[in-house]
Design a protein around this ligand. Sequence first.
Ligand SMILES: [Zn+2]
Length: 429
Amino acid sequence: MKKIILSFFLLTTVAVNAQRSCGMEQKMQQIMADPIQKEAYLKSVQNFEQELEKLNNRVYRSGETTENVNATIRIPVAVHYPGVPNSSAAATKTCLRNLAQTQINRLNADYNATNTDVTNWNNVSSLFPMVNGVGDMDVEFVIATQNHPASSGIANGTVAVTFGTDYLNGFDTDATWQGYVNIVVRDEGDQTLGYSVLGGSPSQGHTVVINTFCFGSGSGCSGYVPQAPYNLGRTLTHELGHYFFLEHTFNGCGETNCAVYNVNNPIGDGVCDTPKQSTPTGGCPNPTTVSSCTSTPTQRALSMNYMDYTDDACMYMFTPGQVTRMLAHYNSIASQIRTNTLSNSEIVKNNFTIFPNPNNGTFTIRFNDLSDDYSVEVFDISGRIVFEDYYTQSSNLEQTISIDKPSSGVYFVNVKSGSSIITEKIIIK
Ligand SMILES: [Zn+2]
């Protein structure tokens, strides 16, 4: 009995104490060794580089800023538990669906810099003069709810969480789930917390793999209990960074041009506002004591960055340069993403911008895409309609609205499409 207890204790401590370890590099070696996979990868790199150049040279139209040029990006996610039989009890599946949602909540906080611990940055930012604040991607990850693959057997209105799906074809891809960002949660042993390809492709059905003890947060489910220090869901924050073409921050000191990332000889991370760093930072270090390639203040290791190896509780930020890189990758794969897997109300809610705001009574509504006709109503604060019109879906992704002789104040804009109505507040000056 004593021996059994001891063994259990050892097993537990191995998982808890092991330094964070990510399998991205091994995954990329596997891809580069396969001619077909390598060709697809190099093609995606080319597309990515073109989009990055466009972002870096972006000319903004009147009323646009870097903040409102794109509406919030919406990304449908499917979560797969291959080790859980589809015949499992309903309560087991419900628990695992809820666990998946805790993980999605974590992604949405971290990728939008709305995580509560991001305020820690204020205490240390002066140590990192080359980092111009915290990056915010303006993205929403949603577990898809509509138009699932027919063979999945998942009904409309039910979240895309599968049980017993086989992802063991060697490259962790699945043609069935093309168009989604796929997360696979499975036992990868004690050492690897997770892995992703660098620059994931929805059309290839690429998956991000996360180990069973570091997926989501909270008390977890039987066999899927988040374990400290990897119990806040940040393993996926890190791995999804790889999916969006982020390298580790600790990818060497030898880069000659911080903005260039050579996939055939990868040194550095292609990002200019992350200090050079040659070895990963583990545990929970004091940022003032962690030196990087040099010990000068501008080159302190950015140990709180999601792309380092620190514990979940001690990483809390992307840099703006990393976010630009992720947006460039998103732009290169946006056409591969199946947004019809999100409900219409989800699409409408987050798929348009109103600018400028405040305005003088004339403003523009712009949609990223649209699956239905729509109408626009503008109310003043007393509920009086001051504008209304109806538009067909085709070729009306952008509408300029002018209110006749407006007085200054707060107004409400209702955008109706299908069965959903979304209200946005504007201010007329
Ligand atoms: Zn990694």
